[in-house]
Design a protein. Sequence first.
Length: 64
Amino acid sequence: MTEEKPSYEQARDQLIEIVRRLESGDVPLSESMALWEKGEQLAAICTQWLEGAKATIDAARPKE
């Protein structure tokens, strides 16, 4: 079973929550490392969405 890629907004919101938790300083090191890894994955997903949106906009612009 394949996990669906979250929307940009879902990934961004999850990333914000991870940053908040990491910045709180109340998370044990092992959990911090897992959160960091998940944050890296979410950041990559956000980047993919943004690059896709940019490509769509670039393709829709008239060629000069």
